[in-house]
Design a protein around this ligand. Structure first.
Ligand SMILES: [Zn+2]
Length: 185
């Protein structure tokens, strides 16, 4: 169950979980800045809470890191952020497409920015490219990779060997980048 606590004027949202496997108390801060406390099955809720208070400096630091370092964390973003960053995202994406397409020279119809929850980009059969506005918060390298990935779908609308050969021309280490991207998701 979700609970709240105020520490040093800061609201902390936390969950307490009892685990049969846990031998010790454990703390982690999730990507929405929520704290998860795992306690051994026989421990008391109060023990978990004391542990949280003990580690409160660490938790506050971690949360403020997350708030400051937006690019490192794929934070759940609200509709407001979408409206706020949509235009900027389009500008950045269009520039990157122009840059990489100097090499590929594929033709396409429209580029749009969307507020998608589960995908970074897509390419339609009608040669329209769509990108997630959160792309601009990824590292430069991953952002470029997503652009090139969708760009190559203009030629190969599949994940065949031919498709990956095209991607590889810009990103020889695309396999690693795919892995990195999956971890963020
Ligand atoms: Zn794809």
């Amino acid at each position: 169950m979700k609970k709240e606590l105020i520490i040093k004027n800061k609201k902390i949202v936390y969950f307490l979980k009892k685990s049969k496997k846990a031998k010790h108390l454990r703390l982690s801060v999730g990507r929405r800045a929520e704290v998860l406390i795992t306690i051994p099955y026989r421990a008391k809720e109060k023990d978990g809470l004391n542990f949280l208070l003990e580690k409160s400096d660490w938790i506050l630091e971690k949360i403020s890191d997350m708030e400051n370092n937006f690019s490192g964390n794929f934070l759940e973003t609200e509709e407001n952020d979408y409206l706020r960053y949509k235009k900027l995202a389009l500008e950045i994406v269009v520039k990157k497409i122009e840059y990489f397409n100097l090499f590929y020279n594929f033709s396409f119809e429209r580029v749009s920015i969307r507020n998608q929850k589960s995908c970074w980009g897509s390419c339609s059969g009608r040669k329209n490219l769509n990108f997630n506005f959160r792309l601009i918060f990824l590292s430069e390298e991953l952002c470029n990779y997503v652009i090139v990935h969708e760009l190559c779908h203009l030629k190969e609308l599949n994940h065949s060997e031919r498709f990956w050969c095209l991607v590889e021309k810009s990103f020889p280490d695309y396999k690693n980048l795919r892995k990195k991207l999956r971890k963020i998701r």
